[in-house]
Design a protein around this ligand. Sequence first.
Ligand code: PHE
Length: 359
Amino acid sequence: MDDLKTIETELAAKIDAAANLEALETVRVETLGKKGRVTELMKTLGSLAPDERKARGAALNVMKDAVAAKLDARKATLERSALDARLSAETVDVTLPVRPIAEGRIHPISQTIDELVTIFGEMGFSVAEGPDIESDDYNFTRLNIPPEHPARQSHDTFYLVGENGQQYGNVLRTHTSPVQVRTMLAQKPPIRIVAPGRTYRSDSDATHSPNFHQIEGLVVDTTSTMGHLKGCLVEFVRAYFEIPDLRYRFRPSYFPFTEPSAEMDIACTRGGGELKLGVGDDWLEILGCGMVNPKVLAMCGIDPEKYQGFAFGMGIERVAMLKYGIPDLRTFYEADLRWLKHYGFLGIDVPTLTGGLAR
Ligand code: PHE
């Protein structure tokens, strides 16, 4: 049976020489496969005399088992080194600096919107949105500003006109109030939404930009009163400016879509080139508000005999400038990286009421 020993040594050498799993599989097929070397030897047993066959068969089986064990062992070794190679190729250096977070900045407008939504979200408001291009109907008429109403002049509206001067009845929204209309037309009370977004007026100087941002608030149910409006907004300004005893006042005002209407001021002290918020005898106007005019409810498909509510709107740039001491409105839109590095926020400065709203 020396021939079997020689074959076994030969096969063992081939198995050891297999450099990877595919090569090893080829050796296995050549050895134990249907037409493999060992399989072919097994087939020769049938032609032998019975006692010869027994001895030869036993020896062949021993050799077959030895070769199979060698194949298994080599396979395990190759699998292990394949895994090792993969693990070392896929290493990640977790100590590398996180450059995108350290370099990039969140624009103060985005950060302020996140802060406002966080505060109102905590009070149970959800976020609603509307398009920048609005119909005249939603921007004005259904907010109780019919054509020829004097309030239209004060809005410095951008009207969309075609090449031949033809009017489409669309405008760039002059405030976020049309989102009130959209929400009431689409939703049944109780309604409690805030709507932050871009707004447009044809006006440009140190304190006005043709494109700016507002946030609108709307609550409609059967029981909301001016007291709720006041409580909600006082809670809001104190949370936003992070001044728990901030002084404020409500002044009577006029908006066609609210009745009665008011403006909210917060106290401030000016002096020595510094502006201190929350205390003192000067006042800063920060928002407009009021009880939703019953005519508006009716024009938006809500029964004014059954429902009532309040609304408010404020300029996002204005409250951002006040909180973060940004002196010039125009700098918001200049895309100056030095400015953004100074006034911008880090990606990890996610505003929360418990963790602090910013910085
Ligand atoms: N839309 C008003 C403005 O742009 C603000 C406002 C909103 C006032 C809601 C009252 C209620 O000036």
